[in-house]
Design a protein around this ligand. Structure first.
Ligand code: XUL
Ligand code: CO
Length: 436
């Protein structure tokens, strides 16, 4: 079989002292940390769209790479792209991948032609998955790229567009089930609005809820056993996306009776766009019982848009992995690199370096998160901080059996209250002690 990336070797773990850039320094797939192998903890996935499709175009210029894989016919490109994808995943020890329908097979001139193309390419993917022992973390439908979706898909003012989106998602579900996908993601695409002057918000939200009810019930009816995820994002492409952040999405899921079957796919750069930290969004998902999967990347605070950079900030990856460990680890989810090399990093070696950097940053984050939990200083501080709820009136509050009269009597009897320091700087230094 043709080799696409002759300059990229099979990347191995060589440890922190190695200076070989084509080696992992912290990601050692079979090493056991906190009771599981790193591979099991981290469940890395390749994003088909950024890695195999995107050529680096932005609003100021065309692509800085070509990704036609030596072909010119669109289906020939799609087939070569599949071979190249598996060679890349294999060389980088990435066990999973995520895809939109239109990433793996180009859209045809009719829905029927697009579907036939998906059937053909998914046969090839199934064969390659078996050969290379790779799995689908999640599939999804691109219901935002085609101009028919310019006003949204499920939230379009045009019922024909709603029907088209439902049909497209139905097919994407079938392909995801065929490939044994562990999840199905709904990212809001263009489900939002630019101005309320032309928008019926209530109707749009009801239709979006209905689209999710219909398509998720269909997936269950054809044997889908994985998780459904909504991926919150506050803006981009629309000014106001309906799936603004984790808290907004939890409210939406409850309103439309979807909360039992849906979890969240939290993306780091979407969290910061919403004015939250990545950890805040993960914790919000966890405390709502909706933690599911992660789109791993990072933004740039000075740019302020969805830059989808490969994650290298070890504080962020450590905070993230603390949340993942506290949520009991991934079940069907994992860490999908929804990330792209910068436009100026325009070679396949750059893409390999990007994955190595991202995987090492999360491997280091996992090691440090496990060390912080093992050290116990921070968890003990937090437990002690809430110790007043362990007995007496605090215990009654925890058990939700305190009466308002009892609380008043308690307050009247106590005089003034003395409240302890939160010791933030001390805790930040504890973290640094463990990190460095
Ligand atoms: C867009 C984004 C998407 C979703 C899948 O910001 O994150 O790539 O992850 O549609
Ligand atoms: Co994403």
């Amino acid at each position: 079989m043709k080799e696409f990336f002759a300059d990229i070797p099979y990347v191995k773990y060589e440890g922190a002292k190695s200076t070989n850039p084509m080696a992992f320094h912290y990601y050692n797939p079979d090493e056991v940390i906190a009771g599981k192998t790193m591979r099991e903890h981290l469940k890395f996935a390749m994003s088909y769209w950024h890695t195999m499709c995107a050529e680096g175009s932005d609003m100021f210029g065309v692509g800085s790479m070509t990704k036609n894989y030596g072909a010119s016919d669109p289906m020939e490109i799609a087939r070569n792209k599949a071979y190249a994808a598996f060679e890349f995943m294999n060389k980088l020890s990435i066990d999973y991948f995520c895809f939109h329908d239109r990433d793996i097979a180009p859209e045809g001139s009719s829905l029927a032609e697009s579907n036939a193309r998906l059937d053909e390419i998914s046969d090839l993917l199934a064969e390659l998955m078996k050969k290379y022992d790779k799995k689908v973390l999640w599939g999804t439908a691109n219901c935002f790229g085609n101009p028919r979706y310019m006003h949204g898909a499920g939230t379009s003012p045009n019922a024909d567009v709603f029907a088209f989106a439902a049909a497209q998602i139905k097919k994407a579900m079938e392909i995801t089930v065929k490939l044994g996908g562990n999840g199905y993601v709904y990212w809001g695409g263009r489900e939002g609005y630019e101005t309320l002057l032309n928008t019926d918000m209530g109707l749009e939200l009801d239709n979006l809820g209905y689209l999710l009810q219909l398509t998720s019930a269909y997936a269950r009816s054809i044997g889908f056993k994985g998780d459904f995820y909504i991926e919150p994002k506050p803006k981009e492409p629309t000014k106001h996306q309906y799936d603004f952040d984790a808290a907004t999405v939890c409210g939406f899921l409850r309103k439309y009776g979807l909360d039992k079957d849906f979890r969240l796919n939290i993306e780091a750069n979407h969290a910061t766009l919403a004015g939250h930290t990545f950890q805040h969004e993960l914790a919000t998902a966890r405390v709502n019982g909706a933690f599911g999967s992660i789109d791993a990347n990072q933004g740039d605070m000075l740019l302020g848009w969805d830059t989808d950079q490969f994650p290298t900030n070890v504080y962020d990856t450590t905070f993230c992995m603390i949340e993942v460990l506290k949520a009991g680890g991934f079940t069907n989810g994992g860490l999908n690199f929804d990330a792209k090399a910068r436009r100026g990093s325009n070679t396949w070696e750059d893409i390999a370096y990007s994955y190595i950097a991202g995987m090492d940053a999360f491997a280091l984050g996992l090691r440090k998160a496990a060390a912080i939990i093992e050290d116990g200083t921070i968890d003990k501080f937090v437990a002690d901080r809430y110790a007043s709820y362990n007995d007496g009136i605090g215990k009654k509050i925890m058990d939700k059996c305190a009466t308002i009269e009892e609380l008043e009597a308690h307050a009247l009897a106590m005089g003034d209250v003395s409240v302890s320091s939160g010791r933030q700087e001390y805790l930040e230094n504890v973290m640094n002690r463990i990190l460095f």
